[in-house]
Ligand binder design. Structure first.
Ligand code: BMA
Length: 382
C-alpha cells in the first residue's frame, strides 16, 4: 500500500481546500456573500437572498417584462391538465416568455384547489417550478376574502381590526396564514429547496376598493396587519419571501408613505398604475410616481418596480407600448413592470396574437432596455 498522495488525490484535496477557504470567507461558490445581503426576514434562505441580489442586478441593466397568469391562460385558450407545456400570449407574439410571472393566491386561505380566477394551485406550483428553473422571478398578490363577512376582497366591510391580535376573527386568520404558509413551503425547486417569491400582500391600500384599504382601515391598523402577517408567516417557517409594498397611483410622497410599515418590514417598493384617466396622464403618472418610489428606494437601498400596469382601454391605441408605456418607464431604474392578466377580450392588459397593438409590442420588445426570460440568465447569478 502506497502512503504518498496520487496526483488525482492531490487535485481533489486542493479543490476541497479552496471550497473551505471560500466558505470561511462566507462566500458561496458563485462569489455571493450571503451574510452581506440583508432582507427583511433575518432567517431568509440563501435562495431568497439570491433573488434579491438578482433583482438588483436586473435593475441596473434594464426593465424585466412581467405578466400576470402568463402561462395559465390567455385570450382564447386556457391551460388544461397537461402541465408540461408552457404557453403564453406573450411568447406567441415575441417568441419569449416574460421574466416576471405574477400569480394571485386568493382563496388559498379557504383551502380551495383553485384561486379566485379559476387557476388551479397545482398548475401554479408546477409552472412556478419550471419557470424558476429558467431564471424567472415569481411574484404573488393575494385577493383574499373578507374574513368578517365571507365576501370577496372588494367587500368593504371593515375587517382589519378583527384579524389583528386579540380581534374576533384572529383564529380564522391564523388558520388562513397556516394554509398560505403550507402553499409557500410546497413550492420546491429541482434540488428540493423552497422557491423564493416576491409576496405583495394587501396591495393598492391607498384606494378604498378593498377591505384592507383607504376608508376601510386606519393607517396604523394597516401597518399592524402587515407586521403581524409577516410575523405569522415566519412563525409558520416561511423564510422564502421578499415583501413588496405597492399602493395604487399616488398623488404625493406623503400618500406613498401613509401606510408604509417601515423599511425593516419591506424589501421591494412598488406602485400599481393604469391609464384610467387617459394615456397622457398615465405616462406622466408613471414617470413621476416611479421617481417618488425611486427616491425612497434609493434611501433605503431597495429595488423597486411597476408592480401592476396595463392598458385599460381594451382594443384601443395600436401604439400604446412605445408611445405611452415606454416614455413612462424609460430610464426609471425599475427592476420590472408587471402587466395585468389577459382574461378575456373585454379584460386584458398585455397583447396577444391578432390584437391591435401586437406589432407595436414587437417593437417595444426589441428595445435594449426591455428584458425577456431568454436574456435573464446572462444578467443574473445562478
Ligand atoms: C382584478 C381583476 C379581477 C381578478 C383580480 C384578481 O384586477 O382582474 O377579475 O379577479 O384582479 O386576479
Amino acid at each position: 500500500m502506497k502512503s504518498t498522495l496520487s496526483i488525482k488525490d492531490f487535485i481533489k484535496y486542493l479543490i476541497v481546500l479552496s471550497l473551505l477557504v471560500l466558505n470561511v470567507g462566507c462566500k458561496s461558490i458563485s462569489g455571493i456573500d450571503y451574510n452581506a445581503i440583508k432582507v427583511s426576514d433575518i432567517q431568509a434562505t440563501n435562495s431568497t437572498k439570491l433573488l434579491y441580489h438578482n433583482i438588483q442586478s436586473i435593475s441596473r441593466k434594464g426593465i424585466a417584462f412581467g405578466h400576470q397568469d402568463a402561462t395559465a391562460y390567455g385570450i382564447g385558450w386556457k391551460h388544461d391538465e397537461n402541465y408540461e407545456v408552457l404557453k403564453s400570449d406573450i411568447q406567441k407574439v415575441v417568441g419569449a416568455l416574460p421574466v416576471v410571472h405574477g400569480y394571485d393566491i386568493g382563496h388559498i386561505e379557504l383551502g380551495r384547489n383553485h384561486n379566485l380566477d379559476t387557476v388551479s394551485f397545482d398548475l401554479m406550483r408546477n409552472h412556478i417550478q419550471k419557470l424558476y428553473d429558467k431564471g424567472a422571478i415569481i411574484t404573488m398578490s393575494w385577493h383574499l376574502d373578507n374574513p368578517v363577512t365571507g365576501g370577496s376582497s372588494w367587500d368593504k366591510t371593515p375587517a382589519v381590526p378583527a384579524v389583528l391580535e386579540g380581534g374576533g376573527q384572529r383564529d380564522k386568520y391564523v388558520l388562513w396564514i397556516k394554509r398560505l404558509a403550507e402553499f409557500f413551503n410546497s413550492l420546491k425547486d429541482k434540488q428540493g429547496n423552497v422557491i423564493p417569491i416576491v409576496f405583495r400582500p394587501f396591495h393598492e391600500m391607498n384606494g378604498s376598493w378593498f377591505w384592507w384599504g383607504g376608508d376601510n382601515v386606519s393607517p396604523e391598523d394597516y401597518k399592524q396587519l402587515w407586521k403581524e402577517t409577516k410575523q405569522l408567516l415566519e412563525e409558520n417557517n416561511v423564510h422564502s419571501l421578499l415583501y413588496a409594498y405597492s399602493p395604487n397611483t399616488v398623488s404625493s410622497e406623503e400618500e406613498f408613505e401613509k401606510y408604509y410599515p417601515g423599511d425593516e418590514f419591506v424589501d421591494i417598493l412598488g406602485v400599481d398604475i393604469y391609464n384610467h384617466s387617459g394615456n397622457e396622464a398615465f405616462t406622466k403618472d408613471v414617470k413621476w410616481n416611479l421617481e417618488i418610489v425611486k427616491q425612497k428606494a434609493l434611501l433605503a437601498n431597495k429595488p423597486f418596480a411597476l408592480t401592476e400596469t396595463g392598458n385599460n382601454n381594451f382594443g384601443e391605441d395600436p401604439l400604446w407600448w412605445t408611445q405611452t408605456l415606454y416614455p413612462g418607464i424609460k430610464d426609471s431604474g425599475a427592476a420590472w413592470m408587471l402587466l395585468w392578466r389577459n382574461a378575456r377580450p373585454s379584460h386584458y392588459f398585455a397583447t396577444y396574437p391578432g390584437e391591435i397593438s401586437e406589432e407595436n409590442f414587437k417593437e417595444f420588445a426589441e428595445l435594449e432596455e426591455i428584458i425577456f426570460l431568454d436574456e435573464v440568465k446572462e444578467l443574473t447569478t445562478n
